[in-house]
Every structure is written in structure tokens, then in C-alpha cells.
Design a protein around this ligand. Structure first.
Ligand code: GLC
Length: 696
């Protein structure tokens, strides 16, 4: 490939090189937040296009122009936001993280790749791996929660799923780690704003997921909107990504992010913005029209060099060759039936939805509903398709979604009678549906109350000052409570919610996130007991807005016994890792292969887990470490490994953590230098803390 890249590059004119470094949108733009001039005439030499169609015909026509009407016939690479599915829509990524099942997420990404590539898309702008600790920010829905290591594991799983071993295959696509970097630190959860990130935090919190994604072979990255600045940051885009990590693909800007350097007060105009971004190491301009309009004169003025242009074009061509676009520039035309909703894809959707769901509360074992004959299914999410898809739902359609009520009807056929009532709309402040809901509750043995958020309330440009559900939904719950029947609260949402008023009203709470096309049956299966829930939270649920930001891997307080809020608790309502099961898992004593260890030696930890309940289940063991004394203060604990296993009733399984001292006990400083200090460390599993003495 390198020979072919160099050969092709040597034959290109400056104009042809510059167009390879540009991406335009094509056709309708389904991301309402991206206002951009629709490109009427696509030049045959354009490097990349965002593709909004669901079949390859349009792509093949445009590609034909590129192949036959341009001088060198360099194929276009078509990109698209397939974030959690292309047409078969899976749970939102924040939900997927709660499955703690990277193998399953990899399978889901492989299906996304198959559907996208066969529809004319070669490249997805996914996975989004922005560590996020402020649920007011709508984009928490798109990533894998508050923990750096968790985001890194799912980054690698997604890259493997999208790209496979050879991304030139007809069912693979290029991945794109985004948004590089630190976008999740958006102040107060407001989107597109300043992010205050120290070098130390940059390294110990935000960079790890990208390092793991790059190591997994991610072909591309996308630069971020936020001002650290994300899209003109030589330190992150060149020194770290290229010089330290040796990334040999390319970075595409986020939509208009180069031009936005003006708004952020860095550049006076687009031409200056182009210089800043390009010299920082940003190869491709998504829709700023900064590179296409100014790069030629910038080379002529010597503000950027031809060598830099060549290196950038080399990177873009390299990815195109690796995708096999020169051999196969066109996508075979297939039927929708061949492309979408393959049976195994729907099974994966159901399994991933099931494993993403988190049982937050189950008072007096009200669940599973084995003895209930009359079930009222109430609320704005009960007969709702669209909102179950979640933000960034690709080409998902509301008609593709199995609605929760229908899932219940299927699951409980012959077991219980259902009665539906809307109760209230998602936010409209009117109570005219209350009476019907109260009537259904009076009739019932149990109320399944399906509440939640509209899909537009999370995702991009969807910040909310409050993470509580609308007042009307809480009022409906309060009125239903007065009827005196048990209430099972089912939540459909894209972010952690403020539940401190709904929690006392609900006998059980099942968090199903936005579960995609096939979440209804898994949800009903959990309520019926057919499925044993196994999800655990990958992001903290605050007790209330006032606690935000609140996350598990916080630094230690100087006075851990005081300094708490005087008006509310300082504990979250549901902490990171929380999730109930229908069975009981008894943990043995954590054992270490040694309690004293020297640098470079091997160390492993083990714990047995016994399923002491009556039914089979899946259990995830989270392995944390803590370092009480370190030359750079560290979080109270840090997740370093997790493993999920199925454990049958009465069975015992061994969970083992092979510790790499540098990687797992070491820390990183503000220059990215990893270090490992002698001293004491602890391995933590649930409430056990086992000491390790590291000597030089
Ligand atoms: C958007 C998003 C980014 C997406 C891109 C293309 O503004 O920030 O995540 O991939 O533009 O739609």
C-alpha cells in the first residue's frame, strides 16, 4: 500500500491534493444541528462525502464521476454517523456500556458495519468515547460513561467490530474515535463550550480511551468542538497521536469545527483557522470550506508546506487503500431484505438490550411479576416507537421499533391480562389522561409505569439544566401511588436522571435506556422473570442536580469526614456499578498470588463467585485498584479490569485478574509519563480491599 500511496501522490497536482483533504455533505443533511451550505456540484476530485442515503445507487453514481471524470480516478470515501446501528438500531452506547459485554458490543458493531457498507457507507463517525461526568450534557448518551478504562474497552471493541481484521471486506467499515479531545468536560453540561482540562487530567482521564482505541487499530479520529482547543491542538493531534502513539490514519474535523476557531476567538478568519488547524495536525476539513478555499494560497505564501500537504494526503490515501476502495470503488446493489434486520442481527439487538437494562430497585421482590394476573401498562413510553430509538439513531424508523406495550402483550399472553392507558404525554402539562390511568390502576394488580425522555432531549445540542423528568410525569406517578397498587417504574432515557421523588413511589425501577428496535421483549422478559437482569451502571445517578458533577473515581477529600452538603445527602442515589439481579451472588475472599511483589514480576488476583440463588444469572466483577499514597494524588479507586460470566444456580465461577504492575498499578503524569512507585496498593472488589506491597 505504501508504494501505491507514494506512486499516486507523486502524480497529483496541488489542487487534487487539497481536495482529498475536504469532506462535503451530500444530499439532505439529517443532523439538524449542522447548518451547512448544501453542495450542489460535487467536484469529481473530492476526498470524502457524508452519505445520507440507505442504498448504494446514489453513491455508485457519484463514485462513477470520481472514477471516470477526474484525471486520476481516486475513489471518494463515504462517511456517516452510524453510532448504535445503521438501520437495525441497538441500545444507545451509554446503555451498551451497562452490559459490560465488549464481545456483544463488538458483534453489534459488526452488524452496523455490514448494514452500512452494503448501503454505500465506508466509514462511520463512531465510537464516541468522551468520558463524561455531567449528565446535563446531552451527549452522555453517545459514550460509555464516566470511567476512562470502560470507554477504552468499548472503544477497542467497537473498532474490532467495525473494522474486523481487514476493513477492505464487504461488511467492514473504517472506525472514527471521537471527539478528540475532552469534549465531555463541557462546562455545566452546556454543549460546544469551554472545557477546563489540566494536563494532568488530560492524561489521567481523557486520553486513555483514545490510546486504547488507537492501539486497537482505529483508522481515523474526529477532532472536537470544545475549546482546549480541540481542533487546533498540536500537542494532542501531533505530539501525542502521531509522534507518541504512531497513528498512521487521519483526523477529520467535526462539522465546521475549523471555522468555529473564529467563534472561539483563536482565528480572525477562515484562512487563519485553516493554518492553525492544519499545522496542528488536522488532515481533513468537514464542511468548513477552509481548506478547499485557502490551502493553495497558504502553500504559496509558505504558511504551510507542500511536505505537510503530502503527508496529510498520504494518510487519507492510506485509509482508502486499506478500505479496498481502489479495487472496489462501487457497492454491489442488494435488496433491503439482504441488507437489514437479518435474524442474527435482531437476536443481537435483543440480547444487547437485555444485558444493557439495569434493575435499580426491587423492593420486597415485587419483580418478577409471576403472580400478577392484571397488569396496567401506563405512561408516555408504553406505546412509543420513536423515542425508544434514542439520539443518533441512524436510519432507524419508529415503525421498526417493537413498542413496550406490545412486548408486554407478547410476553404475558396466557399469563396476565393487560390494560393500557397513556396517562400523560412526555411533557405536555395536561392531566386529562390521568383518570383513565387511575382507572386502569384500580383494575390492576400491578402498574407498569413507562416514563422517560424524548429522544431529542439527549444527543447533540441537547443540554438540560435539570435531569429530572417533566413535572407532569412525576405527578402521574404520585396520583397512581395513591391508588395503592405496586408500581414498577420502567425508564426510557438517554442520561442519568434525578429520581429522588420517583424512587419512594416505585416498588421497582428498571432502567432500560433507549433500547433500540428490539428492547420491548427483553424488558417484558425481565418483568416476567424469563430474563434475569444483569446490567450495572456505567454512570452515576446523582441524588439530585445539585450534586453534579458526581462520579465514582473522584479525588480524595482532605477531610473525608466532613465538608458534605448541609441540605441533602452527598451520596448518589445509584452509584457507578449498581445493578440488581433476581438471584444472589456470594463473593469469596479475594486472593493474591503474592502480597509482596517487585517491579517486573507477575501478580494475579482471584475471587470466586457463587450463585446462591435459585436461578441462573450473569455477573460482572469489577476490579478496582487504589493507591493511598502517590506523588500525584489519585482517585479514591480506579477500575482496571472487568469480566462478565454466566453462573448457574448453585454454581461457583472463578474470576481472575492478571495484573500488569505498570499498566494497572502505575499512574501517569501531566506529560503522559507512566510511573510506578514502590509502596502499598489495594485491589478492591465490592467491599473487599486486599493490600499489595510493591518493593523496588
Ligand atoms: C456533528 C457531531 C459529530 C458528527 C458530525 C457529523 O456535529 O458533533 O459527532 O459525527 O457532526 O454529523
Amino acid at each position: 500500500i505504501e508504494k501505491r500511496v507514494d506512486d499516486l501522490l507523486s502524480r497529483m497536482t496541488l489542487e487534487e491534493k487539497i481536495l482529498q483533504l475536504n469532506q462535503y455533505t451530500m444530499g439532505r443533511n439529517n443532523n439538524v444541528n449542522n447548518i451547512g451550505e448544501e453542495v450542489k456540484k460535487v467536484p469529481a476530485e473530492i476526498g470524502s462525502l457524508i452519505y445520507y442515503d440507505t442504498n448504494p445507487t446514489l453513491r455508485n453514481n457519484v463514485q462513477k464521476k470520481a472514477m471516470e471524470e477526474s484525471r486520476l480516478g481516486i475513489p471518494i470515501i463515504f462517511g456517516y454517523d452510524a453510532i448504535h446501528g445503521f438501520r437495525t438500531v441497538y441500545p444507545i452506547s451509554l446503555g451498551q456500556a451497562c452490559s459490560w459485554n465488549p464481545e456483544l458490543v463488538e458483534k453489534a458493531c459488526a452488524v452496523t458495519a455490514q448494514e452500512a457498507r452494503m448501503s454505500g457507507v465506508d466509514w462511520t463517525f463512531s465510537p464516541m468515547i468522551d468520558v463524561a461526568r455531567d449528565p446535563r450534557w446531552g451527549r452522555v448518551a453517545e459514550g460509555y460513561g464516566e470511567d476512562p478504562y470502560t470507554n477504552g474497552v468499548f472503544a477497542a471493541a467497537s473498532v474490532r467490530g467495525y473494522q474486523g481484521d481487514d476493513m477492505s471486506a464487504e461488511d467492514r467499515i473504517a472506525a472514527c474515535l471521537k471527539h478528540y479531545i475532552g469534549y465531555g468536560a463541557s462546562e455545566a453540561g452546556r454543549d460546544y463550550v469551554y472545557t477546563e482540562i489540566s494536563r494532568q487530567t488530560l492524561w489521567d482521564t481523557y486520553l486513555l480511551p483514545y490510546e486504547m482505541g488507537v492501539k486497537a487499530g482505529a483508522a481515523t479520529l474526529m477532532s472536537s468542538f470544545n475549546d482546549i482547543p480541540g481542533s487546533a491542538n498540536h500537542y494532542t493531534m501531533t505530539e501525542i497521536l502521531k509522534e507518541r502513539w504512531g497513528h498512521d490514519g487521519f483526523i477529520v474535523s467535526d462539522w465546521g469545527a475549523i471555522e468555529q476557531l473564529k467563534n472561539q476567538g483563536l482565528a480572525a478568519n477562515k484562512k487563519e483557522a485553516a493554518v492553525y488547524a492544519f499545522n496542528a495536525g488536522l488532515e481533513m476539513d468537514m464542511m468548513s470550506h477552509a481548506y478547499d478555499r485557502h490551502m493553495k494560497e497558504l502553500v504559496e505564501e509558505g504558511k504551510i508546506t507542500m511536505a505537510q500537504v503530502d503527508e496529510s494526503v498520504r494518510r487519507v490515501l492510506r485509509v482508502k487503500f486499506r478500505l479496498g476502495l481502489f479495487e472496489r470503488p462501487y457497492t454491489p446493489v442488494t435488496s433491503e431484505k439482504e441488507r437489514f434486520f437479518r435474524p442474527q442481527s435482531m437476536d443481537i439487538a435483543a440480547q444487547l438490550a437485555a444485558e444493557s437494562m439495569v434493575l435499580l430497585k426491587n423492593e420486597n421482590q415485587i419483580l418478577p411479576l409471576t403472580d400478577k394476573k392484571k397488569i396496567a401498562v401506563v405512561g408516555p413510553m408504553a406505546k412509543n416507537g420513536w423515542d425508544l430509538l434514542g439520539s443518533w439513531c441512524g436510519h432507524g424508523k419508529d415503525t421498526d421499533v417493537v413498542m413496550l406495550y406490545n412486548g408486554m402483550a407478547t410476553e404475558f399472553v396466557g399469563k396476565a391480562e393487560l390494560r393500557y392507558a397513556l396517562g400523560c404525554r412526555t411533557q405536555a402539562d395536561n392531566r386529562k389522561g390521568f383518570e383513565e390511568a387511575l382507572e386502569a390502576a384500580r383494575w390492576s394488580d400491578v402498574v407498569v409505569l413507562c416514563l422517560g425522555e424524548m429522544m431529542t432531549w439527549s444527543g447533540e445540542n441537547a443540554s438540560r439544566s435539570s435531569i429530572a423528568l417533566p413535572q407532569i410525569q412525576e405527578e402521574l406517578a404520585k396520583e397512581l401511588k395513591k391508588v395503592g397498587k405496586p408500581i414498577v417504574l420502567v425508564l426510557v432515557n438517554g442520561r442519568p436522571l434525578e429520581l429522588n421523588r420517583l424512587e419512594p413511589i416505585s416498588d421497582a425501577i428498571l432502567e432500560i435506556w433507549q433500547p433500540g428496535v428490539n428492547g420491548a421483549l427483553p424488558m417484558a422478559g425481565i418483568l416476567s422473570g424469563r430474563i434475569n437482569p444483569s446490567g450495572k451502571l456505567a454512570m452515576t445517578f446523582p441524588y439530585s442536580n445539585g450534586q453534579i458533577p458526581i462520579y465514582y473515581n473522584r479525588r480524595k477529600s482532605g477531610r473525608g469526614h466532613q465538608g458534605f452538603y448541609k441540605d441533602i445527602t452527598s451520596d448518589p442515589l445509584y452509584p457507578f456499578g449498581h445493578g440488581l439481579s433476581y438471584t444472589e451472588f456470594k463473593y469469596g475472599v479475594v486472593t493474591l498470588s503474592a502480597s509482596k511483589v517487585k517491579r517486573g514480576e507477575k501478580l494475579s488476583a482471584e475471587v470466586t463467585v457463587t450463585n446462591t440463588g435459585k436461578r441462573d444469572g450473569l455477573e460482572t466483577v469489577h476490579w478496582f485498584i487504589s493507591d493511598p499514597y502517590c506523588s500525584i494524588t489519585r482517585p479514591v479507586k480506579e477500575l482496571k479490569y472487568f469480566e462478565k460470566q454466566s453462573i448457574k444456580a448453585g454454581e461457583t465461577k472463578i474470576f481472575r485478574f492478571d495484573i500488569d504492575l505498570e499498566r494497572d498499578l502505575g499512574f501517569v503524569d501531566g506529560n503522559g509519563k507512566r510511573f510506578l512507585e514502590a509502596g502499598e496498593y489495594y485491589i478492591q472488589v465490592k467491599d473487599q480491599k486486599v493490600k499489595i506491597e510493591l518493593t523496588d
